[in-house]
Ligand binder design. Structure first.
Ligand code: PLP
Length: 394
């Protein structure tokens, strides 16, 4: 009889979003007159910008004509998009060749697929609280996971220590859920640590476009990163592609382990396991990297940032500790009055009909914290902030 992958049996049930949905449903059944302010969502609310929509329409029209029709696309990405991305990296002084950039259909897909590059016996270090896919994807693959907890004392940005010597190191900056961003100095410590130990960093830069202070957007801004890091990016939050699906991954040619070149391995993987991302979507993605596209996506990001400022202002007034918001679309706050994450969730739901995300859902050290997303509408965010202020000023 076939033996399935029994590591699936070790996956922890993901109760987080299920529980949130159940609790809110039950609340609305009991209080049908109420409307909820949903501040927990990790999905964008603004539509694709004009430059992208125009490029998508043009590409659809091209597909209608024999002369301009495109069939299979190159597995690793269309050259026009790979080149546009290398140009984008130049703004931070990073030189890449187009064949170090791999076009993907999103960061989630890549975070799972990239694990094909590593041996099952490799260990993986996850800095927690963390995006749950890091732990789950490695559990499915049967890998040992080292959980590095972080907290208020280090601003949720821990330095590497002796016990953190894992083969694969996950770093997400700006972080989901905490919104915290590693400084150049802090990130350099991780790069040096990875090079010293022969580890590979999987650097999740899904939120880099939200950085407004002088902080690293890419791990390749750091000395020595090309010999120890892979960067995973996404247009989901940057440009509203959550439903359109496009991302990219950078694997430098210098990245070698045990005589194997990881860039070449990934080319081999992609040419075996995909037939590329749709021409139409790649055309839409390329429009993001034009001058016009950049202006338009940043005007959308500014709207989310304004939401963040509205919430941060209230937390500042109330003297509640938080991180994030300034360089990320998430605000990670300490639950007031010693409340637990779920206790605070229930309290906000019942008292002011605001729904957020309990921090405990992102790892044990998230207990006692709460995440607000800033991707909602400005109207809902303002109303939620007003109710929060009133609730804690009573
Ligand atoms: N990485 C992080 C840290 C995320 O928060 C998310 C989505 O919320 C992803 C990756 C997945 O992005 P994508 O939509 O490109 O799959």
């Amino acid at each position: 009889m076939l033996k399935p992958n029994m590591y699936y049996d070790q996956l922890k049930e993901s109760y987080l979003f299920y529980n949130i949905a159940q609790k809110t449903k039950k609340y609305l059944e009991l209080h049908p007159e109420q409307t909820l302010l949903r501040m927990g969502i990790g999905d964008v609310s603004l539509p694709l910008c004009d430059a992208v929509i125009r490029a998508l329409h043009e590409a659809v029209n091209e597909q209608a004509e024999k002369e301009s029709f495109h069939g299979y696309m190159p597995e690793c990405g269309a050259l026009f998009l790979r080149e546009a991305i290398t140009e984008y990296y130049k703004r931070n002084g990073i030189r890449l060749s187009a064949d170090e950039v791999f076009v993907s259909s999103g960061a989630s897909d890549e975070l799972g697929d990239l694990l094909d590059l590593f041996d099952r016996k490799n260990s993986a270090l996850v800095i927690e609280p963390a995006y749950p896919a890091y732990v789950d994807a490695n559990t499915m693959a049967g890998r040992e996971i080292i959980h590095l907890t972080s907290g208020k004392e280090n601003g949720f940005l821990p330095d590497p220590g002796e016990d953190d010597k894992a083969d694969i190191l996950y770093i997400c900056s700006p972080n989901n859920p905490t919104g915290a961003v590693f400084s150049y100095e802090q990130l350099q410590k991780w790069v040096d640590f990875a090079n010293e130990n022969g580890s590979v960093i999987l650097f999740d830069a899904a939120y880099e476009a939200f950085i407004e202070e002088d902080l690293p957007h890419s791990i390749f801004e750091l000395e020595g990163a090309k010999t120890c890091a892979i960067e995973i990016c996404s247009l989901s939050k940057t440009a509203g592609f959550t439903g359109t699906r496009l991302g990219y991954t950078v694997i430098p040619k210098e990245l070698q382990r045990n005589g194997m070149n990881l860039n070449e391995m990934w080319v081999r993987n992609r040419t075996t396991k995909t037939n590329g991302v749709s021409y139409i979507i790649q055309k839409g993605g390329a429009a993001v990297f034009t001058e016009e596209g950049q202006k338009q996506i940043h005007s959308n990001i500014r709207i989310y940032k304004k939401n963040a400022h509205v919430l941060m202002e209230v937390l500042d007034k109330l003297g509640i500790w938080y991180t994030g918001g300034k360089n990320a679309p998430y605000i990670w706050m300490k639950c007031p009055e010693g409340m637990g994450s779920w206790e605070f969730f229930d309290y906000l739901l019942n008292e002011i009909q605001v729904v957020g995300t309990p921090g405990a859902g992102f790892g044990e050290c998230g207990e006692g914290y709460f995440r607000f997303s800033t991707f909602g509408s400005p109207e809902d965010t303002k109303e939620a902030a007003k109710r929060l202020l009133a609730l804690f000023s009573r």
